[in-house]
Write a protein that binds this ligand. Structure first.
Ligand code: NAP
Length: 249
C-alpha cells in the first residue's frame, strides 16, 4: 500500500503551497518522482522540494505561469528531460481567486482567473497529452471546486473557471479513455490553506454553519483522494468527486 506509485512520474501544478503541496507530498510518499510548478514564490517551492526529498522522494521545482503557452511548453520539456520522457500523472492544481461582485468585476480579474484556472489546465494537459498517448498510460486529475457546482456570490469568475474544468474533464475522459488515460476532477469544499486563510471571520463562520462535519478540510484530505485516483482508480474516469465535508449534499 505504501509505495504504490513506485516508478511513476507526476507533475503537480501549483505544487509548492497549500493543497498542491500536500498532493505532491503524498505522491512522493507513495513512491512517485514528483515535479512541482510554481509561478513566483521560489522560496516556498524550494522548501517543498526539500520536504519531498526528506520524505524519501525525488523532486524538482519548475517556475511557470500556467496561463502562458510558451512557459508551459518549457515546463513540460523541462519535466520530460528530467524524467527521461515519461509523465504518468498530471495534477492540474494551480489556481487563483480574484473575488468581487459582478458589477465591479474588472476585465483583468476575469481574465486572470480564467487564464490560470481554466486555460492553464488546457495548456498543460495539451502539452503532456502526446507523451501520455504514446505511453498508453495517463492519470489526469483536475482540481475543480464545489463552487464550480453550486456557484458563489462574489466568485462568478472563479465559479465559471471551475465549472469549465468539469466540462473539460468529461470531454477528455471521452477523448482519451481508449488510450488508458483516465481523467477526473476533484471538487474540494472549504480547505484550510493560504487561499482561504484570507477570508473574513464572518464568511468562515457562515461556511462552518453549512458544514455537516462541522469543520474545514485539511489539504491532506484532498491529497488522499488524488493519490487514490492516481494509484487505484483504474476504472474511474470522467467523474467529479467532492471532498467537501458534505457542504454540497
Ligand atoms: P494556494 O495555497 O494559494 O496555492 C496556489 C498554488 O498555485 C501556489 O503553488 C502558486 O504558486 C500556484 N499558482 C498560482 N498562480 C499560478 C500560475 N499562474 N501559474 C502556476 N502556478 C500558479 O491555493 P490552494 O488553496 O492550495 O488551492 C489549490 C487549488 O485548489 C486551486 O485550484 C484552488 O482553486 C483549489 N481549491 C481550493 C480550495 C480551498 O479551500 N483552499 C477549495 C476548492 C478548490 P506561487 O507559490 O508561486 O504563488
Amino acid at each position: 500500500m505504501t509505495r504504490r506509485l513506485e516508478g511513476r512520474t507526476a507533475l503537480v501544478t501549483g505544487g509548492s503551497r497549500g493543497i498542491g503541496r500536500a498532493i505532491a507530498l503524498e505522491l512522493a510518499i507513495a513512491g512517485a518522482r514528483v515535479g512541482i510548478s510554481y509561478v513566483s514564490n521560489a522560496t516556498a517551492a524550494d522548501a517543498t522540494v526539500a520536504e519531498l526529498e526528506a520524505a524519501g522522494g525525488e523532486a524538482r521545482a519548475f517556475a511557470c505561469d500556467v496561463g502562458e503557452g510558451e512557459a508551459v511548453e518549457g515546463l513540460v520539456k523541462g519535466f520530460l528531460d528530467w524524467t527521461g520522457g515519461r509523465i504518468d500523472i498530471l495534477v492540474n492544481n494551480a489556481g487563483i481567486t480574484r473575488d468581487g461582485l459582478l458589477m465591479r468585476m474588472s476585465d483583468a480579474d476575469w481574465d486572470a482567473v480564467l487564464d490560470t484556472n481554466l486555460k492553464g489546465t488546457f495548456l498543460v494537459t495539451r502539452a503532456v497529452s502526446r507523451s501520455m498517448i504514446k505511453q498508453r498510460f495517463g492519470r489526469i486529475i483536475n482540481v475543480s471546486s464545489v463552487v464550480g457546482l453550486m456557484g458563489n456570490a462574489g466568485q462568478a469568475n472563479y465559479a465559471a473557471s471551475k465549472a469549465g474544468l468539469i466540462g473539460f474533464t468529461k470531454s477528455l475522459a471521452k477523448e482519451l479513455g481508449s488510450r488508458n488515460i483516465l481523467v477526473n476532477a476533484v471538487a474540494p469544499g472549504f480547505i484550510r490553506s493560504e487561499m482561504t486563510d484570507g477570508l473574513g471571520d464572518d464568511l468562515k463562520r457562515k461556511y462552518l454553519e453549512q458544514l455537516p462535519v462541522g469543520r474545514f478540510g485539511e489539504p491532506q484530505e484532498v491529497a488522499a483522494l488524488v493519490v487514490f485516483l492516481a494509484a487505484e482508480g483504474t476504472y474511474i474516469t470522467g467523474q467529479v468527486i467532492n471532498v467537501d465535508g458534505g457542504i454540497l449534499t
